[in-house]
Each structure stands twice: as C-alpha cells, then as structure tokens.
Write a protein that binds this ligand. Structure first.
Ligand SMILES: [Fe+2]
Length: 281
C-alpha cells in the first residue's frame, strides 16, 4: 500500500497499541495511518512515546472519570495534558464512565474504590449534570479537546432513568461534546438490553462522531462481552455503513490489541474494509 500523502484529509484508519503491533506495521508499510495509545501505558512506560517515530499517535485515556463524583488528582490531569503535548494527539478519547467511586457510607475514611471504565455509569439527569461539571473543570487544563466514548452495558444500572442512546444524546446536547463511537460497545449494549441495533443506531447523535472504535465480542453465561482478541462480526460492518450515512468521522481505530496472535490476513481484510467504507461516504 502507498504511504499516505500529508495533504490527504480523508478519514484515517489506525490500530490500538498492543502486542505484535510494531511487527505488523513494519511488515505493512502504508497500511496503518496512526497508533492509538493509552495514557496509562505511556505514564508507566514513557519510552513508548518513541512509537511516534513509527506512526502518528492518538491518545486514549481511562483516568479522568468524567461521569463520576470522585475527580482525578491534579497530578493525573497534568500528566494527561503533558502526554497530549508530547504525543501531538489531535484529541483525547476518554470513556463516558466513572473510574473511581466514593467509599461505602459506613466506612468514610476508606480510600475511594477504583473501577474499570467498562462499568457503565448510572444514566440519569444527575449524571448528565455531573459530566457537564467535570468537563468544564477539565477542558481548560487540557491542550486538545476531549471526546467521549460510550461504555458497554452489561446489566441494568440501578437508579438509571434513561437508556444508553438517550443518555449519550443528553450528554452531547448539555455538554456540546464530540463522540468516540465504540461500535462494539454500542452493539454489546443493544444485545444485552434487548434493543434492535439497526434501529437504535439512528437514535445516536452521529453527526458528533469524530472517531470510531471496532473490536470483537463474545457471549458468556448469556451476556455479550467486549473482546479485543476476536475480529468484529459482520453486523458491525453493517452498522458502520449505517453510521457513515450521517457521520463524518476523522478516524477509525481497530482495537485488536488483546492478542499477540491476531491473524494478519483478518487484520489486513478489516483495515481494507474499514478504509473502503470510510472513504466511500
Ligand atoms: Fe473502545
């Protein structure tokens, strides 16, 4: 594949950082437009910043707890800002999730609990307001825009007054924020909540999508889970085609970063298919 021209403004296709990535890029010049790298990995292994010599970097993040009531420490926010400058990322993709939670009520001196970005927040007006306050506090401290990634939903979240699509639309309207649409998270949510994904996708504010994520899924004990070691199923490409009827994303990241043995023929095929869909819109 021909190396990309700097003046080419068409949407880019990148890969999430993981085992085997540099070998794949080395063997496939011109196939990968950028590498998406988690802030948390860069913070603990700053030498990974040298990947910038291999491909442009986009910074991903799971530390800002934008839908939570426990704010990130000033040191963490400053470190995210530093890595945004060092990587030259055009934006920071952060999860619409809470990463830390208050200690339980009868143990007020206990430390806050650290969770994973995969825990969907309570979807309510109160959380929408909380996201607005958190974003207002963060935006002035970061050198590039934050865009928000939809969480996967694995169970009915207590206290929720909205479904996921309504919640995302409410956050976008209240906060005037762009989206990182994780299509796999979206499909997981639809399947786990009994919604029709091909109808549900039209309820999202797709005009605000700046970046798309694609990965695989698997089903265990009746629940559909995120799986970055598996290829995206056919339905996700169908959904991507629907998304492209309304959205103009600037980037699509294939998140196949949980396995060092992800098959290269599948990777090549999915890069090719994603690029064709992005460029044909
Ligand atoms: Fe994602």
């Amino acid at each position: 594949m021909k190396p990309r021209d700097h003046n080419d403004r068409r949407p880019r296709v990148g890969l999430a950082y993981g085992p085997g990535l540099t070998e794949f890029i080395g063997a496939h010049p011109g196939w990968v437009d950028y590498i998406e790298i988690p802030f948390e990995q860069l913070r603990h292994a700053p030498a990974l910043g040298a990947l910038r010599d291999t491909a442009p970097l986009i910074l991903h993040c799971a530390s800002l707890s934008v839908a939570g009531f426990v704010p990130p420490s000033p040191g963490t926010v400053a470190a995210v800002a530093d890595h945004a400058r060092i990587t030259g990322t055009p934006w920071i993709g952060e999860h619409l999730a809470f990463i830390a939670a208050d200690p339980v009520a009868d143990e007020p001196t206990a430390p806050s609990t650290t969770l994973s970005y995969t825990v969907c927040p309570q979807m309510s007006e109160q959380t929408v307001e909380r996201v607005a306050e958190n974003l207002a506090a963060l935006r002035s401290r970061l050198p590039v825009p934050l865009i928000l990634e939809n969480s996967p939903q694995y169970f009915a979240v207590p206290g929720s007054t909205m479904d996921m699509s309504t919640f995302i639309a409410a956050v976008v309207e209240r906060c005037d924020v762009d989206l990182l649409l994780d299509l796999s998270h979206f499909l997981i949510t639809a399947l786990n909540t009994g919604a029709d994904p091909l109808r549900e996708i039209d309820r999202l504010p797709l005009e605000r999508v700046v970046e798309v994520h694609l990965s695989g899924l698997n089903r265990q004990s009746g629940v559909v889970w995120d799986d970055h070691a598996n290829p995206a199923p056919e339905l996700l490409f169908e959904l991507l085609e629907r998304v492209m009827q309304r959205a103009q994303p600037q980037a699509l990241t294939l998140e196949y970063n949980w396995s060092a043995h992800f098959p290269w023929p599948v990777l090549r095929d999915h890069i090719d298919r994603a690029r064709t869909l992005l460029h044909s819109a």
